[in-house]
Write a new protein. Structure first.
Length: 158
């Protein structure tokens, strides 16, 4: 897995950018940027993502959340291929709870995903896995990145 970390400026604000590209077909791109002023970790994932690469990618997402201690995460999956229900359950039962435990505070995740795909994710959730020591992972679905960003900027997390 190749990862590149750079410093860039987005809308006049310094951000750290990491990019991971992996897949035998070269069709997947997973990129991260952390907007320090707003304390938001942006995750943009596009392309075809087989199960093995999807799991590796989410481990990278977890590492970035831990590195930045990100409590606000925008996960843009709008242009990523659909993942099967077993992989979806793994994300919600393994990755998201690890994020919550590693931060030790409320975590807000805005997921940009088409409505038809998001419904399948929510139907599988129990909810208990997104609670740890009186802290919650709050997940908001958005159709557009701008809508997700507005929500994250409004959440009272401090």
């Amino acid at each position: 897995m190749q990862m590149v970390i750079e410093n860039e400026v987005m809308a006049g604000v310094p951000v750290n950018v990491s990019t991971v590209t992996e897949n035998a077909s070269g069709c997947e791109e997973l990129s991260f940027s952390f907007l320090e002023e707003q304390e938001i970790l942006f995750v943009n994932w596009t392309g075809l993502v087989p199960s093995k690469e999807m799991r590796k990618g989410y481990i990278q997402v977890l590492k970035q959340v831990q590195h930045y201690k990100a409590r606000k995460i925008l996960l843009d999956l709008n242009k990523r291929s659909f993942i099967d229900s077993e992989d979806q359950r793994w994300v919600f039962s393994s990755v998201f709870p690890k994020m919550l435990r590693s931060i030790g505070a409320n975590v807000f995740v805005a997921i940009v995903l088409p409505v038809d795909l998001f419904h399948d994710l929510v139907a599988e959730l129990e909810g208990d896995e997104l609670i740890h020591n009186n802290h919650f992972m709050i997940i908001q679905h958005s159709l557009y990145k701008e809508e997700a960003l507005r929500w994250l900027n409004k959440v009272p997390y401090k």
